[in-house]
Write a protein that binds this ligand. Structure first.
Ligand code: SF4
Length: 475
């Protein structure tokens, strides 16, 4: 067993290259995190020690070349900034697979290693985004010295080097230092350098510019959109201490209901949704007729027609997909293309008569981009899903199903919240506003896209099993 301690991506890469050259299997390496700030100390002491043990190995390291896809290196560079100590091991075992015959493993979103790496990448990217949004500089003037701006921020991950270049572009004409507990970045209007971090107790004091921030924040605060839990998720409470505008939140939240009433009276601040196109009579046939007139979002302009749900009005099971595809757009009926055929086969194997269930989509118009003669599916964004929600709400209210089955992650997140994770919660029955029984399973299109034959079969049987389970709980 080899024990390696690394602090940053470059150290990990150097060590991983040496290990690969010597055909060291991932199970023979134990990786640990070196908590020093990268670049603050000399070289790769632990790694160099391991490398110097064998001069022959060194020679091989310099003569062998690995053809590693740039997508893996990009992913690894980001994941290296995650705090999870297991990232080094995970990166090495994935790299091992890439160079040992699984070159396309990164394309398998359902692969456990890839899934974990993608989650780490997402967490780091999100943290970088938050740092860009929540760093607030305070002006420091000392005698005749040039003014400098200081900021203190506490990221979740080790992201200083990913985020700092953004601030050099954004605040090019200012000299500034951003401190985090782990590391600091300094910009003197010419060069970006890094140094040690400092604890929160040494964060820079408030200055007179804070009032400007507060005025700005109060002016952009939209009381109609306030969701305290979402706000805390998007602007985590741990950052409030360094955000001058956080002082205002309590007052703004308290006054929100009165301000919303004024906005409603004045029709301010609401973007359009399908609700304005709903008919007075909300049975399925009136809804189907009315949806053709909906122009609540831009999707209606490029689609052939709105595709409303089909199935009996007394159906006890409703299947909800993402949006109509190319065939559905042309025919005006959901689930008639290749994904629909796979769904038909799955329903048949689950012992369900397709004509007994109701089939619909979260979004009623086909979103696509034109490539030559082909129209390629594009995922609807949250604005379009929000705009179309009244149609789905009206449809499900008219049906009152005993079970709602979401096909795919878009439908699952639209009905059960953006935190829903299909890979973790597939097949689990939840009580929701839509039905006392709601579950999510694979979208047949995701199964069609799956390249790995074994995984494809697995997903097919899971889809059949989930459909069967959904039907049985309604009997
Ligand atoms: S996608 Fe939905 S909200 Fe948008 S225009 Fe079509 S029916 Fe209306």
């Amino acid at each position: 067993m080899q024990f390696l301690q690394v602090a940053c991506f470059d150290e990990w890469r150097a060590a991983a290259r040496t290990l690969l050259c010597n055909e060291v299997h991932p199970s023979e390496v134990h990786w640990t995190q070196d908590d020093k700030s990268p670049g603050l100390f000399d070289g790769f002491s632990q790694v160099e020690h391991a490398q110097k043990e064998d001069a022959d190995q060194d020679t091989r390291t310099h003569t062998m070349r690995f053809n590693v896809p740039s997508a893996f290196l990009d992913l690894a560079r980001t994941v290296a900034c995650h705090r999870n100590p297991s990232r080094w091991q995970l990166l090495y075992q994935t790299l091992w697979r890439v160079v040992h015959g699984e070159r396309h493993v990164l394309e398998l979103d359902t692969d456990d290693d890839v899934h974990q790496l993608q989650r780490m990448k997402k967490a780091v990217t999100r943290d970088v985004h938050k740092m860009k949004a929540f760093v607030r500089f305070r002006k420091i003037e000392a005698g005749n010295l040039p003014e400098i701006y200081l900021a203190w921020h506490r990221p979740d991950h080790l992201i200083m080097r990913l985020a700092a270049p953004f601030f050099t572009r954004r605040f090019k004409g200012m000299s500034w230092t951003i401190f985090t507990p782990h590391e600091s970045a300094h910009w003197d209007q010419k060069q970006l350098t890094y140094g040690p971090g400092i604890p929160a107790s040494q964060a820079p004091p408030p200055d007179e510019q804070e009032e400007l921030w507060k005025t700005y924040y109060a002016s952009i605060f939209n009381p109609a959109r306030i969701k305290l839990d979402t706000m805390k998720r998007e602007m985590p409470v741990r950052h409030w201490r360094t955000l001058p505008e956080a002082d205002l939140i309590e007052d703004l939240v308290r006054d929100a209901p009165a301000r919303v009433k004024v906005m409603i009276d004045n029709h301010e601040g609401f973007s359009e949704t399908g609700v304005h196109y709903l008919p007075e009579q909300r049975d399925l046939s009136s809804l189907r007729k009315a949806v053709g007139q909906c122009q609540a979002c831009d999707l209606c302009h490029d689609a052939t027609q709105a595709v409303f749900g089909v199935g009996p009005a007394n159906a006890s099971v409703v299947l909800v997909g993402e949006q109509p595809g190319d065939r559905e757009d042309v025919t005006g009926t959901p689930f008639v293309g290749p994904a629909g055929q796979l769904l038909n086969a799955a329903l048949f194997q689950a012992g369900i008569d397709r004509t007994s269930v109701y089939l619909t989509n979260v979004v009623k118009h086909f979103k696509h981009e034109q490539r030559g003669k082909r129209r390629l599916h594009k995922k609807p964004d949250s604005r379009e899903i929000y705009a179309c929600r009244p149609w789905l709400e009206a449809e499900i209210s008219a049906l009152k199903p005993k079970m709602v089955i979401c096909l795919g992650v878009t439908a699952a997140q639209a009905l059960m919240g953006r935190d829903f994770r299909l890979t973790q919660q597939r097949g689990v029955v939840h009580k929701t506003q839509w039905s006392t029984r709601t579950l999510a399973t694979w979208h047949p299109a995701a199964i069609l896209r799956m390249q790995n034959v074994q995984r494809k079969r697995e997903m097919e049987s899971q889809l059949i099993e989930d459909l069967r389970q959904g039907m049985e709980t309604t009997r």
